[in-house]
Design a protein around this ligand. Structure first.
Ligand SMILES: *Cc1c(COP(=O)(O)O)cnc(C)c1O
Length: 355
């Protein structure tokens, strides 16, 4: 793939204080774009100055929600090298999301190449302070102007990148989770396992109401019975009960997280009991009451491991792991972050050096 590069003439000022980057507030100088037209496939791969898009108000993404995205990160190692973590998995998932939403697949090798070229062009934006990284957001939208409902014939793929710090203001401090037993995020047979924009639109109200009550995120239950734990906001969930690590199975309503998969493989590798099985909220609460719920944590690219310090269900607060980060959570965090930043052995072959 020949990517046309049109460098910007005006480089933006980079953030001076990397300790205060926040999440998703800063973008770099350039972005990647590529168009799709039915019959032609993907055309015009290009890296251009970051800037506004111009799309028709009748563009189908704006009306019928054909929009998918991915989220991955580039890490600056202590050796100054830049690493990606299992990036092909993100683009494979992107393609599964695309298929579910009747959007065209991409060539994984091509978009990998585009991602690397974009990062290398803007490599001075990859922050160096511990805990920071460069967030990468590949996105696909339907651009064909058409007001009848059907899959579009024209699409735009773009990749934007920007330096980020911690996802939650809490950092590694445990978060408070509200068990949502009214609203639901996704049902089996729906689009819950796709990284589709619409999933997030439908989850906002519950999250806002929980935030007003002082919670960081909601824990979703299954849509049919409000009985089984599914996931949290933008993270998969794990519970440690009586020494067993339990994560919800991929039944179709849960996003198959790459961090989730990494955690499962590491935990098994460590010889700890790891079960992907349905877990009822009653089982979790009972374990919390009896002091058998040793840890609970969320997993996702943005926060890596996010320990849960409190779970609130039906008006009752349950403190988890004394409100502190649990031992396994900390060990997993250190292991994954160590691999991501090139500080630890990578027996799984997950890390890719790009420069
Ligand atoms: C992205 C996401 C996750 C985490 O996936 P990772 O691949 O680990 O980043 C979990 N749940 C939802 C709903 C997500 O959107």
């Amino acid at each position: 793939m020949d990517i046309k590069v049109n460098p910007t003439r005006e480089l933006k000022a980079k953030p001076e204080d990397e300790s205060n980057l926040g999440f998703g507030e800063i973008v770099t100088d350039h972005m990647f774009q590529m168009d799709y037209e039915a019959g032609k496939g993907w055309i015009n791969p290009r890296i251009v100055p970051y800037g506004n898009l111009s799309i028709d108000p009748a563009a189908m993404a704006l009306h019928y929600g054909q929009e998918i995205f991915e989220g991955l990160k580039a890490y600056r190692g202590t050796d100054s090298a830049i690493y990606l973590f299992r990036p092909e998995e993100n683009y494979k998932r992107f393609n599964r999301s695309a298929t579910r939403l009747c959007m065209p697949e991409v060539d994984v090798d091509q978009v990998m190449e585009a991602t690397k070229q974009l990062i290398l062009l803007d490599q001075d934006w990859v922050p160096t302070t511990q805990g920071t990284s460069l967030y990468i957001r590949p996105t696909m939208i339907a651009t064909e102007p058409h007001l009848g409902v059907r899959p579009a014939d024209e699409y735009l793929l773009f990749i934007i990148i920007g330096p980020v710090g911690a996802y939650y203001k809490e950092g590694l401090n445990p978060v408070k989770i509200y068990v949502e037993d009214n609203y639901v995020r996704a049902s089996i047979g729906g689009t819950g396992e796709s990284k589709a924009a619409g999933n997030y639109a439908s989850s906002l109200l519950a999250a806002e109401e929980a935030k007003k009550k002082g919670f960081t995120q909601v824990l979703w239950l299954d849509a049919a019975e409000r009985k089984y734990v599914e996931e949290v906001g933008t993270m998969n969930m794990f519970f440690v009960i009586d020494g067993e690590v339990i994560g919800a199975p991929l039944t179709g309503s849960i996003l198959p997280g790459i961090t989730r998969d990494s955690v499962i493989r590491i935990v098994k590798n460590w010889g700890i009991t790891m079960s992907e099985r349905s877990l009822t909220i009653d089982e979790v609460i009972e374990a919390a009451r009896d002091g058998r719920l040793q840890e609970a944590f969320g997993t996702g690219t943005a926060a890596v491991i996010s320990p849960v310090g409190q779970i609130t269900y039906k008006g009752e607060d349950h403190v988890v792991a004394g409100g502190k980060m649990g031992e396994l959570s900390q060990r997993l965090y250190d292991e994954i972050v160590g691999i991501q930043y090139g500080e630890k052995e990578d027996p799984y072959g997950w890390r890719i050096k790009i420069n």
